[in-house]
Design a protein around this ligand. Structure first.
Ligand SMILES: C[S@@+](CC[C@H](N)C(=O)[O-])C[C@H]1O[C@@H](n2cnc3c(N)ncnc32)[C@H](O)[C@@H]1O
Length: 271
């Protein structure tokens, strides 16, 4: 367990972690242990799926999905009947995605190629009619990472291709320090309590997940955390423009139950 990672957990979640001491083991939400927790919480969530699948219908050709995770979007994207490359960095996530793919008919899974890789630095040597980055995952990258992402996206878009991404509408975050606490039922019957902490003006928020109820959890208790960037959509638009991509659409997504709202953005290579 990294002491730095522990020290970076703020608010009630940080206090709880300190109280648990050696009984808790802190993981990154996307490492080997974290991947199972992420998948239990979000791996089958329908959030933004309908909207992304709908938007993809106006595109043609092979699809590249970035930060595919454990396949929450990959599975429904495959129903479009198009060739799909699913790129993901974390080995734990890739393992779950590959297990999931084994459960679908061969005709469907044979259209999917899983690509281990970094969305801010990849070269697949081919072009795609659509590139998708869901789950507001653009916020996982810092400014340098995002610049790399846009460069790679531009290079991999076929003529007329579209980059579809979801992002947080930061204007809805509220003011001062907020820590939202949410209880979440995992798909496998496990329960979790999630703390989302943000201080007004800060460029990151921290999400930390504990098993719930904590009193009945047996040590070592797996606690997972991740830090997510916070920046306005206007900044994203400016960054895309700098990379030669123009925002052609921005639609609000249905509420997620969290205190912020998400949007679906569409960008194309500038004329
Ligand atoms: C919020 S999850 C989204 C997963 C999936 N798309 C979904 O909708 O459930 C973010 C994913 O991004 C992956 N990730 C983080 N940084 C990455 C990078 N630089 N390149 C590729 N994947 C990355 C994480 O491992 C994780 O699987």
């Amino acid at each position: 367990m990294s002491a730095d990672l522990r020290a970076a957990v703020p608010g009630q979640a940080g206090a709880l972690l300190a109280e648990l001491g050696d009984k808790a083991v802190l993981h990154d939400l996307y490492d080997e242990a974290g991947a199972s927790v992420y998948h239990a919480i979000a791996g089958s969530s329908p959030l933004e799926v309908r909207e992304l699948v709908g938007a993809l219908r106006s595109t043609v050709g092979p699809i590249l999905e970035l930060a595919a995770g454990s396949g929450r979007l990959t599975m429904p994207l495959l129903t479009l009947g198009r060739e799909l490359a699913a790129l993901e960095l974390a080995p734990g996530m890739i393992r779950i995605l590959e297990e999931r793919l084994q459960t679908v008919p061969v005709a469907r899974r044979s259209r999917c190629t899983v690509v281990p890789g970094d969305m801010s630095a990849f070269d697949l040597g081919r072009e795609f009619g659509a590139i998708v980055l869901g789950a507001t995952s653009v916020s996982l990258l810092d400014a340098t990472g995002r610049a790399g992402l846009y460069r790679c996206v531009r290079r991999h878009l076929a003529p007329g291709g579209k980059f579809l991404l979801t992002a947080v509408d930061v204007q809805d975050f509220g003011s001062s320090t907020t820590e939202q606490v949410m209880d979440v039922d995992g798909a496998d019957g496990t329960r979790f309590r999630m703390y989302e902490h943000w201080t007004e003006g800060a460029d990151v928020r921290t999400v930390t997940v504990f098993p719930h109820p904590l009193e009945t959890a047996e040590p070592p208790i797996t606690v997972c955390t991740t830090r997510i960037g916070v920046f306005p959509v206007a900044q994203l638009e400016a960054e895309l423009a700098q990379a030669g991509l123009v925002l052609t659409d921005c639609q609000p997504l249905p509420p997620t139950g969290s205190h912020h709202h998400d949007v679906l953005l569409v960008a194309e290579v500038a004329a």
